[in-house]
Design a protein around this ligand. Structure first.
Ligand code: HC0
Ligand code: SF4
Length: 563
């Protein structure tokens, strides 16, 4: 095959889209800010400069690999240029590491260390710009922006929204919503993918840990916690644990030591969601109305539909998300059982997601101003709480969850993957664990995948999408009548919740795949894997809810959307 030479070693060219990828394939991790394999190439940060014989110093990300090229990645001038570029970035903003929310996972910080920047030789005058703390999920600090444009491209290319862009000119240039509007006032759905790709602390996840600590320290409060499915396959990454099989049990032990009174599982509510959504689907199908049914568990997707596809809102499942079903059921039943006031019960969620923070604040998800879910913290924030308390997660003995809401089937657990809700629905409807071609289709990582399920009443055409740009394309196909589906699952984040912006930062598809496989392994290890086999969900119907889609189930577990 064709080769080129990198630092004197021959490396084959195997269809890589640029020189950077060939160099990384040779295990040389060229530094970059503005390069992401899944986004378009911008070529602005100039950190990936290499020396190509006959062409001089050029950016590897925007250079095509050519046979016979002689590339050097480590010359003195290259080292100096990279260092100067970094120093300029450090001088251009307020990069005060110890107090920055991104400290520890900041690319600017780690590259400064790696490239040996021990002083900044420039002193650029600058004004301090105000922070934007208007949204529930994110904080934007323009003083830390290095103008790489990663957030601009992820919002445009993956989410199809284009909320952020470069504004102003010259030395005033910055990245912000159009007309410098506040994040809360633009069509941002709080998916947080911009924060996930931001290499610095310019866009970070809003922290709600202080409020949770305050509740835990308040003796008049009973604090219960629900843990989302996807958290258990990412939390371990923060503690260097390679194997997720005991991470959830250890996290339960840690949560009890942090002072939570009961530890429950959002996967219980996911099983419940399958009962409600399955019944909703079958009833719509029997009546032949409002199909396709769109899933409603991803709050970024729900907000996207409200903003952009209001005419199709009747198609959105009326089911609340598992997080909100949990909150509603917990606040309705636990105060009576524990003999306390509703206002003294605090429900905390641990979520892989930033949009869940704003979902919990929606006024319809509460009773007389008391929210069903009081606080939402991300996987990362939980990691901080555990570290802050000095708990060695990997050393704790795994513990079981509390009942009844800690009990779940594998169907609830795989919700955390894109395609997982669909897989759980298929299991529940067909009644048995299926393998075979349909699930292969549902489990692929394509932006949109489709499958046809043969049921007694006729075919069910299924689509699964992740990434809102893919969702938009699907909506346009459905609107135009180019495609007909009966059931559509949408998750805003690539990979689904396991790729959520509240998880430890992981932008590579390898980590996403590892998490997805890990969730599947956890599912496979469960004794019960079909949601309707969850006997404590059955019990909840007996004790509180009646039957799926009953009036009481509607009061507690469903919602409606205003157009
Ligand atoms: Fe998810 Fe969920 S699966 S959205 O991705 O449906 O965030 O993990 O908790 O609510 O269960 C996130 C994850 C949840 C909800 C569940 C759903
Ligand atoms: Fe765009 Fe999502 Fe960031 Fe909002 S949170 S600006 S929608 S990427």
């Amino acid at each position: 095959s064709e080769t080129l030479t990198i630092d004197g070693f021959k490396v084959p060219i195997q269809g890589e889209r640029n020189l950077l990828e060939v160099i990384r394939k040779a295990h040389i991790e060229l530094p970059t800010f503005c390069y992401h394999s899944e986004l378009s190439i911008y070529g602005a940060c100039r950190l990936c400069v290499v020396d190509v014989e006959g062409r001089g110093m050029i950016a590897a990300c925007s250079t095509l690999p050519e046979p016979g090229m002689r590339v050097r990645t480590q010359t003195g001038p290259i080292r100096e240029l990279r260092k100067v570029n970094l120093e300029l970035l450090l001088a251009s903003g307020d990069h005060d590491c110890p107090t920055c929310g991104k400290s520890g996972s900041c690319k600017l910080q780690s590259l400064a260390q790696r490239l040996g920047v021990d002083k900044v030789r420039f002193n650029a005058p600058r004004e301090t710009k105000p922070l934007d703390t208007s949204s529930h999920g994110l904080v934007r600090d323009p003083n830390k922006c290095v103008l790489c444009g990663d957030c601009v491209r992820v919002c445009q290319e993956i989410q199809g929204l284009g909320v952020l862009d470069f504004t102003r000119r010259g030395s005033q240039v910055t990245v912000a919503p159009a007309f410098d509007m506040a994040m809360a006032d633009v069509e941002c759905v709080q998916c947080g993918q911009c924060a996930a790709v931001c290499p610095t602390g310019a866009i970070t996840v809003k922290q709600d840990v202080d409020e949770v600590h305050a509740a835990l320290n308040d003796p008049s409060k009973t604090v219960v916690v629900q843990v989302a499915p996807a958290v258990r396959v990412a939390l371990g990454e923060l503690f260097g644990l390679g194997d997720d099989s005991h991470v959830m049990g250890r996290a339960v032990a840690a949560l009890r030591r942090l002072g939570f009174d009961k530890v429950f599982d959002t996967a219980f509510a996911a099983d419940l969601t399958i009962m409600e959504e399955g019944a909703e689907f079958l009833s719509r199908r029997a009546k032949g109305e409002k199909l396709p049914l769109f899933t409603s568990c991803c709050p970024a997707w729900v907000q996207f539909m409200e903003q952009e596809y209001a005419a199709e809102l009747p198609h959105l499942s009326s089911c609340r998300s598992p997080q909100q079903m949990f909150g509603s059921l917990a606040k309705d039943t636990l105060p009576k059982e524990l003999g306390i006031d509703r206002k003294d019960l605090v429900v905390v969620s641990i979520m892989p997601c930033t949009a869940k923070k704003s979902e919990a604040r929606r006024p319809e998800f509460g009773v007389e101003g008391n929210p069903d879910v009081d606080y939402v913290i991300t996987t990362q924030e939980l990691g901080r709480m555990i570290q802050n308390a000095g708990l060695a997660l990997g050393e704790l003995e795994p513990e079981g969850m509390d009942m009844p809401f800690g009990f779940k089937t594998g169907g609830g657990i795989i919700f955390g993957n894109s395609g997982g809700v669909t897989e759980a629905v298929i299991r529940n409807v067909v009644g048995v664990l299926g393998e075979g071609p349909i699930l292969e289709q549902v489990r692929s990582t394509k932006g949109r995948r489709t499958a046809v399920l043969d049921l007694p009443g006729g075919e069910v055409r299924i689509a699964v999408v992740h990434g809102l740009a893919n969702a938009r394309a699907l909506m346009e196909d459905v609107r135009a009548g180019r495609e007909h589906y009966d059931f559509v699952e949408v998750m805003a984040c690539p990979g689904g919740c396991s790729g959520g912006a509240g998880q430890p930062v992981a932008l590579d598809s390898r980590t996403r795949q590892r998490r997805a496989d890990s969730l599947r392994r956890l599912d496979a290890s469960m004794d019960l894997r079909v949601s309707k086999d969850n006997s404590l969900v059955t019990q909840a119907y007996k004790d509180h809810l009646g039957e799926p889609n009953s009036p009481e189930a509607h009061r507690l577990l469903h919602t409606h959307y205003s157009i």
